[in-house]
Design a protein around this ligand. Structure first.
Ligand SMILES: [Zn+2]
Length: 87
């Protein structure tokens, strides 16, 4: 079993997609991963997960706490504006 994508070296991490070491800052945080970072870099991330609904839900779960207050705020805001239109 190959573990090439688990390799880390001098603050760099192996991207299994573009097959090269990249700075850790080039990887998105992903709490579902063993080391808290995606196993592919941001550049590859865009091409891989752009239209992945699986990733969308993963992202939602991972950022739930951060996203939910925003949802509430915008829901509140739209309620207020709707009320203003009605009255
Ligand atoms: Zn990459």
């Amino acid at each position: 079993m190959t573990r090439a994508y688990h390799k880390k070296l001098n603050g760099q991490k192996w991207c299994w997609k573009c097959q090269q070491y990249k700075l850790l800052s080039e990887f998105y945080h992903n709490r579902f991963m063993y080391d808290g970072l995606d196993n592919h870099c941001k550049a590859c991330h865009r091409t891989t997960y752009n239209y992945s609904s699986e990733y969308q839900s993963q992202y939602y779960l991972a950022n739930k706490e951060r996203l939910l207050p925003k949802h509430r705020e915008s829901a509140k805001a739209s309620r207020i504006s709707r009320k203003q239109i009605i009255t």
